[in-house]
Design a protein around this ligand. Structure first.
Ligand SMILES: *Cc1c(COP(=O)(O)O)cnc(C)c1O
Length: 394
């Protein structure tokens, strides 16, 4: 009798946990519940927009559990989250984020720039820290619906946009370190102005070899919050010495990897052949796979004359930069990322001296930097079409 009872219990447990288990629900944009603010806020004048400090009226939240999968997505008034203080995110860094922008085009449409790329990267980040992946297309649709609620807050004009910040956190409320069985995906948006309000401003970098941003086998190629906090101190130290950003070096060769939280490009000119080379570090797992980086490489391949240009994703060192600058072969350098698109570089502090990076006479950019900024802005603001790079959302 005892035996029969316990075996029946075991059987029923087996059935409930595997054979008859409901499959976890996929993320489904069509289920979204929308509750709007009662009084929509008025757009701020363009000249009052400070990057990432004010937010649009609505946010998107979706809860996930391992057991049930994705819950009903909700678009609701922007506001505080309520979380148990034992949540995994607060103790062990189960957090990832993305950053992309939505643009108002002259015909009053709002488009997102290459959101599919951000979704791919979000899923890679999620998989690496055991958070759930999303159905990319569903999250793109949900972001579109979110942006639609605040369409009147998407600023108009070149340089202006709505910055979109998807975030995912592990919310399992327990102190044991393990893969979260609960998560929260949320998206907030922020109307933003141009990174350089009064035109480009070239920056001074400190080549940093005493601190390492990312390493082989690490997670430098994922947009995990854990990668950013440790960079604040070297940044502060560089700033105290008069440099705006760190140029992150890696390894005994002192390879150039990234600048601050941007990818980095250099242009060299071979004095013998006259050919120019556009160089950026290869995606070897230590480099964040920037959407801007990818876009610049694609456009460079399309638009630069291959008789005069070589486009390289290869290792290059601070030593090469110093030597080629000394020979007059360093032409220009710039960072690339969603926030600023391109960020010109004018000096690099290394071993007690400053390597001088040329700019155009009377300007704060090199010629290719300026050109690249124009190519990308023309696509983002709807002047040029480029395949499926602009996705209409509202
Ligand atoms: C986000 C980020 C970039 C740039 O990526 P984009 O997709 O171009 O915005 C580059 N490097 C780091 C470390 C980043 O976090």
């Amino acid at each position: 009798m005892m035996l029969r009872n316990s075996s029946r219990k075991l059987t029923s447990r087996l059935f409930s946990s595997s054979a008859f288990k409901m499959t976890a629900a996929p993320l489904d944009a069509s289920k979204v519940k929308i509750s709007r603010v009662s009084t929509p806020s008025k757009p701020r004048p363009n000249d009052e927009l400070v990057f990432g400090s004010t937010f649009a009226d609505h946010m998107l939240t979706v809860e996930w559990t391992k057991e049930k999968g994705w819950d009903v997505p909700e678009i609701k008034p922007y506001g505080n989250l309520s979380l148990d203080p034992s949540c995994a995110v607060f103790h062990y860094g189960f957090e990832l984020f993305e950053g992309l922008k939505a643009y108002k085009t002259p015909d009053n449409q709002v488009t997102m720039f290459r959101p599919d790329m951000n979704m791919k990267r979000l899923n890679k980040s999620a998989a690496r820290i055991c958070l759930p992946t999303v159905e990319s297309e569903e999250l793109i649709k949900l972001m579109g619906k979110l942006i639609e609620q605040d369409k009147h807050l998407v600023p108009e004009g070149r340089g202006y946009s709505l910055y979109v910040r998807p975030t995912m956190i592990g919310t399992t409320a327990a102190l044991g370190v393990s893969a979260p069985d609960k998560a929260l995906l949320y998206v907030i948006t922020s109307p933003v102005g141009p990174y350089y309000k009064t035109g480009f401003k070239a920056v001074r970098l400190e080549a940093t070899d005493y601190a390492t941003r990312a390493w082989p086998g690490g997670v430098g190629d994922k947009k995990l919050g854990a990668n950013y906090a440790p960079c604040a101190l070297p940044h502060q130290q560089a700033a105290a010495r008069g440099y705006q950003q760190n140029l992150w070096l890696f390894g005994p060769e002192k390879n150039i990897t990234e600048v601050g939280t941007m990818n980095v490009f250099f242009v060299f000119k071979d004095a013998a052949t006259g050919k120019q080379e556009l160089v950026t570090a290869p995606l070897d797992g230590t480099i964040l796979e920037g959407v801007t980086r990818d876009s610049i490489l694609a456009l460079a391949h399309e638009k630069l004359d291959s008789n005069n240009w070589i486009i390289s994703e290869r290792y290059f060192t601070i030593k090469e930069v110093a030597e080629r600058a000394a020979k007059g072969e360093l032409v220009e350098a710039f960072g690339s990322g969603t926030a600023a698109v391109v960020s010109p570089i004018k000096e690099i502090g290394w071993k007690g001296t400053d390597i001088h990076v040329p700019l155009q006479p009377g300007k704060q950019t090199g010629p290719l930097t300026e050109q690249v900024a124009q190519w990308i802005a023309d696509i983002q603001y709807g002047k040029e079409k480029h395949g499926n790079w602009s996705r209409i959302v509202a």
